[in-house]
Ligand binder design. Structure first.
Ligand code: FES
Length: 121
């Protein structure tokens, strides 16, 4: 399937995470990256998002949190983090870096270059 991988190699820093079906709905998978772990989430609507696996509060593992809608609740102190932006939901303040993800032919690809708008913690 060379065609489906073309864009991935062209972009340089895209990595294959695995099949969408390998992640249960409302679940997450951790990708080990040199800059720190990245949590890849699957929502109930089969959307996929990626955040640094480190809560902006005190570094809790967001990959072990509860996904609801487009948010994940940190397992440590229940801050809610927006999956699309990585920002904490008010009244809490902070941001976890978010990363581009896409699904092609049922396979998830993740960019290791974080989106702008949030410090890469
Ligand atoms: S470490 Fe995530 S809410 Fe405190």
């Amino acid at each position: 399937m060379q065609a489906s991988n073309k864009n991935v190699s062209a972009a340089g820093d895209w990595v294959e995470v695995g099949k969408l079906d390998d992640i249960p709905q409302l679940g997450a998978r951790v990708v080990r990256a040199s800059g720190g772990d990245i949590a890849v989430f699957r929502t109930a609507d089969d959307e996929v998002f990626a955040l640094r696996d480190k809560c902006p509060h005190k570094g809790g593992p967001l990959s072990q949190g509860i996904v609801h809608g487009k948010r994940v609740a940190c397992p440590l102190h229940d801050w809610k983090i927006q999956l699309d932006s990585g920002e904490a939901v008010a009244p809490d303040e902070g941001c976890a870096a978010s990363f581009p993800v896409r699904v092609e032919d049922g396979t998830i690809y993740l960019s290791l270059t974080p989106n702008e708008g949030c410090p890469n913690k």
